[in-house]
Ligand binder design. Structure first.
Ligand SMILES: NC(=O)c1ccc[n+]([C@@H]2O[C@H](COP(=O)([O-])OP(=O)(O)OC[C@H]3O[C@@H](n4cnc5c(N)ncnc54)[C@H](OP(=O)(O)O)[C@@H]3O)[C@@H](O)[C@H]2O)c1
Length: 284
């Protein structure tokens, strides 16, 4: 490709700056852009919100205007978080492995007239050891939380949305390990592959109610779930195989989540959106 002379590049850059300024003005005056990504008037439920992705995303949804309910096993911790975070309207106890607990959490929200418009189905665990050393209890715990738990939350929330005539959206936190495999996390990869298929199957069946179901597939993002591994030598070797040569940061998820959560994504359902610096397309 022919290279531009320096003077042309300068003019081009000035144009870009003017254009960027113009966009800034545009966002201030054009309310349709807020309609695409703003979440005012919507109730969002985030599971597994005591830390990591869940807590970060709960804060983001609140910043975008949603009334956010944070849910998980550690109610004391969630209540403490809710007290200190604007936009977090409730904390509810919820163990995703227990169907009664899932129904109880939604009943408790209903007492406050809260039916979720947005569900971030985020609770998850992992057990890291070679497949032949994974016990039945390890397998059951991972599948029970990540796959069965996500299914229980998604289907119960969808029932409540249908009964309330709400056209909501369910966003499942899957993983790039739902599409490819890695050593020592077989049950986790199996569970997330199930979440990818559950996303598509539910998107098909719930479209008639105007309910969208999508999945985020984050690549490796440093959180409590994986910190020890990612910061180890093996983690460093892994980082070298990511096309972008970096692990993700929590705020890499912000725009993708708002796209799926807001009305701007109203025609997106059954989609799996990888946020991984190209890890899924790394060369074999
Ligand atoms: N970090 C990554 O690189 C990455 C990449 C791809 C996908 N993901 C997915 O992102 C999600 C969040 O992961 P994270 O990295 O943020 O992990 P994390 O910091 O360990 O957070 C996991 C959350 O899930 C909750 N949880 C676990 N079991 C639960 C249960 N039975 N019922 C309700 N809540 C439960 C935990 O709550 P407690 O306080 O009760 O333990 C915690 O709030 C998971 O689904 C994970 O698979 C993460």
């Amino acid at each position: 490709m022919e290279r531009l002379p320096c003077s042309c590049i300068k003019i081009y850059m000035i144009d870009m700056i003017l254009y960027a300024n113009h966009i800034e003005e545009f966002t201030v005056v054009d309310s349709t852009l807020y309609q695409l990504f703003g979440l005012e008037g919507k109730c969002a439920l985030v599971t597994g919100a005591t830390g990591g992705l869940g807590l970060h995303c709960a804060r983001l949804l609140a910043r975008a205007g949603a009334d956010v309910v944070i849910a998980g096993r550690n109610l004391d911790r969630l209540q403490e978080l809710a007290m200190n975070m604007p936009g977090i309207v409730r904390a509810v106890a919820l163990d995703v492995t227990d169907a009664d607990s899932v129904r109880g959490a939604l009943d408790s929200m209903a007492e406050d007239d809260l039916v979720p418009d947005i569900v971030l189905n985020n609770a998850g665990i992992s057990v890291t050891r070679p497949a032949l050393e994974q016990t039945e209890a390890d397998f059951d715990a991972v599948i029970g939380t990540n796959l069965r738990g996500a299914w229980l939350v998604a289907t119960e929330c969808a029932r409540r949305m249908v009964n309330a005539h709400k056209q909501g959206v369910i966003i499942n936190t899957a993983s790039i390990l739902g599409e490819r495999v890695a050593g020592a996390v077989a049950p986790y990869a199996i569970s997330k592959a199930g979440v990818v298929q559950a996303t598509k199957a539910l998107a098909l069946e719930l479209a008639r109610y105007g309910i969208r179901v999508n999945a985020l597939l984050p690549g490796y993002i440093v959180t409590e779930l994986n910190r020890a591994f990612l910061l180890s030598e093996a983690g460093e070797r892994l980082r070298q195989r990511i096309p972008s040569r970096r692990f993700g940061e929590l705020n890499d998820l912000d725009a993708p989540l708002l796209l799926l959560a807001g009305d701007g994504g109203r025609h997106i359902t059954g989609a799996t959106l990888a946020v991984d610096g190209g890890h899924l397309v790394s060369g074999l």
